[in-house]
Design a binder for this molecule. Structure first.
Ligand SMILES: [Zn+2]
Ligand SMILES: [Zn+2]
Length: 247
């Protein structure tokens, strides 16, 4: 099965889990799933796949890289290896034909629901350095097996743990980044407070395209960016504050 088909199958599965979520879940479980998603978004997707692997804006240890990749499984967005390669190409060709997920070329529905991945061709130069990283490679190789292992393990502990600990964060990631891919490029790179709600500070997308080498995406004090605050608190930044643009 094609990897994109596997991702879409998982997204359909996680949407179906809304039925047991509403039938058997309590309000605090939805709140806990949202908080859990914030942790995943800050560490793994916005802070990991994006600001670390795609742009290398700060330094971190090998074990922390393993943590980023492991938490990334709970976002259902595929392994960091391919995510970062696609994202590098997105910056190089944003809103042009070669942009892998430009809704101007592939249609907003295909981009929102991730079917754009079927025909994506990533240039070698964007994957070359990522490919040499053994942590990225390990998680790429076992990505779907790890997803299945988490689903089976969590279900065995408690089916509701699987629904709220795995399926709900996958759904929040799916819709959060789906909205970002549309609103963040509605008129070229664009800032969007709406797209910021589920993406831990990634909504200020015009800022990011202007300064892709900076770990800061919320530039103004009122542009909420929890991932920026987290990186600033715990890590040594590679490029300093709002430094020169770099892909
Ligand atoms: Zn963009
Ligand atoms: Zn980026």
């Amino acid at each position: 099965m094609h990897n994109t088909t596997k991702l879409i199958t998982n997204h359909i599965f996680c949407h179906l889990m809304l039925i047991p979520a509403f039938m058997y879940g309590a309000w605090w479980m939805f709140l806990a799933a949202f908080m859990w998603w914030q942790v995943i978004a800050i560490i793994a997707i916005s802070g990991g796949y994006h600001r670390y692997y795609s742009h290398k804006t700060y330094k971190c240890s090998r074990w922390y890289q393993v943590l980023m990749n492991a938490l990334g499984i709970f976002a259902g967005a595929g392994p960091a290896l391919t995510w970062a390669a696609v994202h590098k190409q997105h910056h190089a060709y944003s809103d042009k034909e070669l942009d892998p997920h430009s809704f101007h070329h592939k249609g907003w529905f295909a981009v929102y629901v991730n079917t754009w991945g079927y025909d994506v061709k990533i240039k070698r130069k964007f994957i070359k350095t990522l490919w040499r990283d053994d942590v990225l490679n390990w998680f790429y190789k076992y990505y779907f097996k790890l997803n299945i292992a988490i689903i089976v393990l969590f279900t065995a502990i408690d089916p509701l743990l699987m629904v709220f600990g795995y399926a709900m964060p996958v759904l929040l990631a799916f819709h959060g980044y789906g909205i970002l891919n549309i609103l963040g490029h509605r008129n070229g790179p664009s800032n969007s407070a709406i797209a910021n709600v589920l993406t831990a500070g990634e909504g200020w997308h015009a800022n990011h395209h202007a300064k892709p080498g900076s770990y800061e995406i919320g530039h103004k004090w009122w542009q909420f960016d929890p991932t920026k605050l987290y990186i600033r608190t715990f890590f040594k930044r590679e490029k300093g504050e709002l430094n020169a643009a770099k892909v």
